[in-house]
Design a protein around this ligand. Structure first.
Ligand SMILES: Cc1ncc(COP(=O)(O)O)c(C=O)c1O
Length: 378
């Protein structure tokens, strides 16, 4: 079946008890057993819950994976993956990751004896040089956040495999609609569901997908043992969001392309970064490994913090807020907001300057969005 059909139906049969077309919210913590150990596949909702089972199966189908596991946040999903490491293990990670990803590496797992090397993975020779005999994991985010660099997932996953390391792709920015990391050779795709997968800015959640059954068993053990699972109501909301993922992603990308072109031609804009623009340094790679360019745009306004601040105070339809991937357009200042947990010196090296602005293009009528940008830039 094609993506749009899977988004609506995968993992979701009409309810066997009542015929309900929508998967019920199984708002229960426990399940009756006929005799000790004799039950219908469900014992306790941290371990398994039918609403979560449907959601996990749907995401697995969309990522072209055998297995899915859902969590109470994107970071909880990442935490589960990082639990597979042991003290002394080494991780090669892209230098331009989401601030919270950097924080869990640097402030949580480093303390537990895991080593991390941050490297510009868009340069394959630098990537190769970063591997050591202790490297057990390669962590990618593509497009990166907020600089929207594109990583060659196929080449990097192959490199990881050659070194006996697991490859992980944070696929939050594109969703499985525009990019399927497992098809490109990665072992795990992970998402902040809070973003495009749920898509309505009303759930915090995370999910991962893999086709490696042994790895899945280990991750499922940690999901249950550590317990950061989503509530049944959140699973239901994400299932509902998933049903329009393909429609939303098309509109996000269409609007983003128009906005990126508008900004690129604007005299008050220094530079625009959007993978769909021919001016993007990795536009060709983006075309090759992604089936669409997504809704995220980064741009440098001419001037510094004061110009950025004035502009951000003037927008009316765009909401000044952290997060991304919802139906509504959001705008933010990475240096002060989403990436504040990255040391100032590192931010500077990465190019996250005070005049950098990040847009999460929503699916409103694009003419209204363009008019809002025009008045705020004016
Ligand atoms: C690319 C990316 N990965 C992971 C996360 C973390 O997800 P969550 O906030 O759902 O824990 C975020 C959050 O902004 C993100 O942007």
């Amino acid at each position: 079946m094609k993506f749009g059909t899977l988004a609506i139906h995968a993992g979701q049969e009409p309810d066997s008890a009542t015929g309900a077309v929508m998967t019920p919210i199984y708002q229960t913590s426990t399940y009756a057993q006929k005799s000790p150990g004799v039950h219908q596949g469900y014992e306790y909702s941290r371990t398994d819950n039918p609403t979560r089972t449907a959601y996990q199966a749907c995401v697995a189908a969309l990522e072209n994976a055998k297995h899915g596991l859902a969590f109470s946040s994107g970071l909880a999903a990442m935490d589960c993956i990082l639990h597979t490491l042991r003290p002394g293990d080494h991780v090669v990670a892209c230098d331009d990751v989401y601030g919270g990803t950097f924080r869990i590496f640097d402030k949580v797992y480093r303390k537990l004896g895991i080593e991390f090397t941050s490297v510009d993975l868009s340069d394959l020779s630098k990537a190769k040089a970063a591997f050591t005999p202790k490297t057990k994991m390669l962590w990618m985010e593509s497009p990166t956040n907020p600089m929207l660099k594109i990583l060659d997932i196929a080449a990097l996953s192959q490199m990881a495999r050659a070194h006996g390391a697991i490859s992980v792709v944070d696929n939050t920015f594109l969703s499985p609609y525009f990019q399927k990391p497992l098809d490109l050779g990665a072992d795990i795709a992970v998402h902040s569901v809070t973003k495009y997968i749920n898509g309505h800015s009303d759930v915090v959640g995370g999910v991962l997908a893999t086709s490696n059954t042994a790895l899945y068993e280990e991750l499922k053990f940690y999901q249950n043992a550590c317990g950061a699972v989503p509530a049944p109501m959140d699973c239901f909301l994400v299932l509902r969001g998933l049903k329009t993922l393909h429609v939303r992603m098309e509109q996000h990308a269409k609007n983003a392309m128009e906005i990126a072109r508008y900004l690129e031609a604007h005299p008050r804009v220094e530079r625009v970064i959007y993978p769909g623009l021919e001016s993007h340094p990795q536009h060709a790679l983006a075309r090759k490994q992604m089936s669409g360019f997504g809704g995220m745009i980064t741009f440098f306004i001419k001037g510094g913090l004061s110009e950025a601040r004035t502009f951000l105070e003037k927008v009316e339809i765009f909401t000044l807020a952290e997060s991304l991937g919802g139906v509504e357009s959001l705008i933010e200042h990475p240096a002060i907001m989403t990436h504040a947990s990255i040391p100032a010196e590192t931010r500077k090296q990465l190019g996250i300057h005070d005049n950098l602005i990040r847009i999460s293009t929503g699916i409103e009528d694009v003419s209204d969005l363009l008019a809002d940008l025009k008045q705020a830039l004016g």
